[in-house]
Design a protein around this ligand. Structure first.
Ligand code: ZN
Length: 308
């Protein structure tokens, strides 16, 4: 069975309207940009506490980065080659009085005043683990490193699907080390991630996946990614059962970031890395869809797991 695009869009719009009418999401006038209610945030907080509990064995270093990163570092990640359509670049006004007048005039005339802006040294963070790698340059201890991250990330993909936000949070556990350490981490967390989601009543299942690489060459990259078994997603139905949504992903990056940021294993080889990322907003949206909009009415075992 397959729904056409129109019925899919209708299903997305309907769930979006329900969420906004219930006050869980607050519309900000731009598709994919929302405020969140206290109830929405509470669900995310409690879910994260459960993740922290399940991840405690890893004794991960906790790091929190802001949603902007160095433009120079951004360029070394390879994102601009693969996902130019999703990037967010930060620009500001850097002129003097005369340029300011020009900008105001352009705005007054309804012209494009943003031409008077200039690029800053910063880009929006596209994935929660990206800001970590430039800070990890150097030699890793022989046990490698495991890092616990949470960050708002930006993807320029305005959509009526409430699960496709432009700014949303990823909670990640990243492993830096040997190929074996990275793969163990990816595989262990794929299993643990599914257990975590099942424990809160979400029928998540793993699927082999690929990133949305840009353009025609992108199809080849996507095929290679699948062939090399690098990416898995945990998917559940949100707005529609026909097209399940990825709510977590488990990625093995080979030694891509080790090369890009000169991160080395104890024996001097480029480090391998892997991460699991939980899409926190998508998980909240899946929980609201599955159990209803009032967490006090959720099934007892789900409330117990989430300490609600
Ligand atoms: Zn990551």
């Amino acid at each position: 069975m397959c729904l056409d695009d129109e019925s899919l869009t209708a299903a997305y719009r309907q769930y979006q309207t329900e969420l906004v009418e219930a006050g869980l999401l607050i519309s900000l006038g731009v598709p994919g940009l929302y405020g969140r209610s206290g109830i929405f945030e509470g669900v995310i907080e409690h879910f994260e506490q459960y993740v922290t509990q399940r991840g405690a064995f890893a004794r991960a270093e906790v790091m929190r980065f802001p949603p902007m990163m160095s433009r120079q570092h951004y360029l070394r990640t390879g994102h601009i080659q693969n996902f130019p359509d999703l990037m967010g670049s930060v620009h500001t006004f850097q002129g003097g009085d005369r340029e300011h007048l020009k900008l105001l005039e352009a705005r007054e005339k309804g012209e494009d005043w943003t031409r008077n802006l200039a690029a800053t040294e910063s880009m929006m963070v596209p994935a929660a683990c990206y800001p970590l790698y430039p800070t990890a340059t150097g030699t890793l201890p022989s046990v490698g490193r495991t890092v616990d991250l949470r960050c708002f990330v930006f993807r320029c993909e305005p959509s009526s699907d409430p699960a496709r936000m432009q700014l949303f949070r990823q909670r990640e556990y990243v492993r830096l080390g040997t190929a074996e350490q990275a793969l163990d981490h990816r595989n262990g967390w794929l299993k643990r991630g599914q257990e975590i989601l099942n424990a809160v009543g979400l029928d998540a299942r793993p699927v082999v996946a690929n990133d949305p690489f840009f353009g025609r060459g992108g199809q080849m990259l996507a095929a290679t990614q699948v062939e090399q078994d690098l990416k898995y997603e945990l998917v559940v139905p949100i707005a529609t059962a026909v097209k399940p949504t990825a709510i977590a992903s488990c990625n093995y990056h080979l030694d891509h970031f080790g090369h890009a940021f000169d991160i080395k294993t104890a024996d001097g080889k480029p480090a391998h890395s892997a991460c699991i990322g939980f899409g926190l907003e998508r998980i909240a949206l899946a929980l609201f869809k599955t159990h209803g909009f009032d967490p006090t009415q959720w099934p007892t075992d789900v409330k117990r797991v989430l300490a609600l």
